[in-house]
Design a protein around this ligand. Sequence first.
Ligand SMILES: CC(C)(COP(=O)(O)OP(=O)(O)OC[C@H]1O[C@@H](n2cnc3c(N)ncnc32)[C@H](O)[C@@H]1OP(=O)(O)O)[C@@H](O)C(=O)NCCC(=O)NCCS
Length: 189
Amino acid sequence: MRRQNLPQPWHERVLLDDGRELLLRPIQPQDVEPLRSAFALLTPEEVRMRFLHPMRELTPELAARLCTLDPKREFALVAAEPQPPGQALVGAVARAALDPDGRKAEFAIIVSRLLAGQGLGRHLMKRLIRWARLKRLEALYGDVLEENHAMLTLADALGFRRTHVPGDHGVVRIVLELGPADSASRQGR
Ligand SMILES: CC(C)(COP(=O)(O)OP(=O)(O)OC[C@H]1O[C@@H](n2cnc3c(N)ncnc32)[C@H](O)[C@@H]1OP(=O)(O)O)[C@@H](O)C(=O)NCCC(=O)NCCS
């Protein structure tokens, strides 16, 4: 994967090994329909890994909520075609939202199987970690099904530790404690 930073914050041009060119950028309200179309292409397994339970469709209401962020508390990047938001197909989404106490954030990520295995998941996770560090959060965490080897392996490599979610069978909470700023740049980049 090759990357090039663009002038706008959190914008990058990415060239995958399969030749696809993507734009990494913050999610936009115009992404609602592309997000719903992308959801329709997911396998039930991908949906379950991402949402931890089956879901038949991404309703317009939920899609609108996922695409319209409170910038103080939420952050979400998409990997999309280079076309303008609304026209571009969306192939991956990584998001994080602050807990009510403002000290930790929960993340979720999905990379379409058509784009998987080329480093996009790892890179998007690093971007979420960078956002969390810029927010000076104590930790970034996510809930992952225990059979989700891909995500658990990726999380291990990024330094997350696995914890138990009381009462939630089959789910592992992965937590990255965010240390002081100098180790930040090592982990987050
Ligand atoms: C987990 C997921 C985000 C990984 O995305 P990706 O773009 O394929 O990941 P990358 O190509 O960056 O791979 C990074 C590392 O993850 C691990 N990994 C990825 N796919 C894997 C697989 N199928 N089996 C085992 N490990 C895997 C590897 O350690 C890999 O590093 P390596 O390439 O050096 O071996 C993606 O598979 C996905 O979206 N899954 C469905 C949704 C989901 O599970 N979300 C997580 C819960 S919120």
